[in-house]
Design a protein around this ligand. Sequence first.
Ligand code: F6R
Length: 242
Amino acid sequence: AEVVIVGNPEEAGALYGDAAAELIARKPDAVLGLATGSTPLPAYRALAERIAATGLDVSQVRGFALDEYVGLPATHPESYRSVITREVVEPLGLTPELVHVPNGDPATIRTAGEDYEAAIDAAGGVDLQILGIGRTGHLGFNEPGSSFASLTRVKTLTERTRLDNARFFDSLDEVPVHCVTQGLGTILRARHLVLLAFGEGKAEAVAAAVEGPLTASMPGSAVQLHARVTVIVDEAAASQLA
Ligand code: F6R
């Protein structure tokens, strides 16, 4: 992987914003791989600024989120459908119908994975996938033990991840136990991966992902299997790299 160490999250966001704006200028119906969580927010802000400043036409841009909770109504403010609408679709001015999030409705959960894979395939695959990494080393919600070949499917969240995400809910009890997530195999098919990580709390996961052994115990290490990965970290998140 190419590792870029930046001074702060805004600089990381600027690098993503440049890459994404360049991609869209070259390919107006580009397919963006989207992540939720705190990490990508400066990147989305930077891209929104570039779109506003240049008048870049994003009406044909397509998007695929990494994951969704199972059993939260799509209208719940913390469903990833709501988060992607609020943090990506609206500020960037994307066409809502072209931005996909896995379907966490229990009624159709049996086919949610294959349906999502089919939609990604029909779009011709993801051009630029933004990734955060969890303290457990997860990418998307692929917790330790996930196969490197895995595709979109239902997974159980670890207690660590539920605790980390409880900040978005009123209590831990409200954090769903299951999710639908793109698999590591799905993520590895994207043409370019941009992994962002900020802060001390991510240092161990970043070092293990980038420099550690390839192992299902560290899902982040899957990025070592990809030919085009850009890891953008601040000093704190880089602090355990060799
Ligand atoms: C979000 C996702 C997760 C997060 C990870 C880091 O769609 O798939 O893998 O990227 O949990 O979360 P933050 O950025 O909130 O530290």
